[in-house]
Design a protein around this ligand. Structure first.
Ligand code: 5RP
Length: 234
């Protein structure tokens, strides 16, 4: 890459900046008894690392993956079973793509099902990412679907009927013991309609579209600072 086109700020720094913006946003919510939902991925890792400083100011977390649970525990942050938690004020996670309506494609790390479950219990989803994740239309990133292994071929045929090109994520097993199909070539005109359609395919455990319940706030870090989309207040 030439000097003229090389970014001034590294991708890792942008992720840390997005995570820091989320910490600043949620800090007023922290109190004894409060549980925070925590996502999965390299940006969520930055959030976990920064949340560790505040670990004595809230009850604990629910993690969206074994990977995040391990990182939280290593940081000394309590990890709770979702079955022991009735409410969470916020869920913080990254995304593979996000559009202006705060609909997302998630699941690049394969944790989409637990991410959607934990997010569904939280009152609001705060998406943190570098601004390269902001797209005009979702779908350049292959859409991940978690699928029951016995149904991977039948699900793949149904996705082909939608114009998709499903590829099995080789050698990958989700935390729930299932496989992932990464589907490219989809023309995602209506993310919510496609999410509903995928949800209705027998054998699909979870679709990586988060459009029926999009993020409420996105904090996108770029060379010129944090771009905030969505609700004006938390
Ligand atoms: O959905 C996810 C994991 O299943 C992640 O949120 C998504 O892949 C973004 O990850 P990263 O922050 O590493 O770019």
């Amino acid at each position: 890459m030439s000097e003229a086109t090389s970014p001034r700020v590294s991708a890792q720094t942008l992720k840390q900046q997005a995570a820091a913006a989320a910490i600043e946003l949620i800090e007023p919510l922290l109190a004894e008894g409060v549980v925070i939902g925590v996502g999965t991925g390299s940006t969520a890792d930055c959030f976990i690392d920064q949340l560790a400083v505040l670990k004595n100011r809230f009850r604990g977390t629910v993690a969206s993956s074994e990977r995040s649970a391990q990182r939280l525990q290593a940081a000394g942050i309590a990890v709770l079973d979702l079955n022991d938690v009735t409410s969470m004020p916020v869920y913080v996670d990254g995304a593979d793509e996000i559009d202006a309506n705060l609909c997302m494609i998630k699941g690049g790390g394969g944790a989409l099902t637990r991410e959607k479950i934990v997010a569904s219990v939280a009152q609001r989803f705060v998406c943190i990412a570098d601004d390269s994740k902001l797209v005009q239309r979702l779908g350049a990133f292959p859409l991940p679907l978690e699928v029951i292994p016995m149904a991977r071929q039948s699900v793949a045929r149904r996705l082909q009927a939608y114009g998709g090109k499903p590829v099995l994520r080789e050698g990958f097993v989700t935390d729930n013991g299932n496989c992932i199909l990464d589907v490219s070539g989809l023309n995602i005109v209506s993310p919510a309609e496609l999410e509903s359609a995928c949800n209705n395919i027998p054998g699909v455990v979870c679709c990586g579209l988060f459009a029926l319940a999009p993020a409420r706030i996105a904090l996108l870090a770029g060379e010129n600072g944090i771009q905030r989309l969505g609700d004006a207040t938390l």
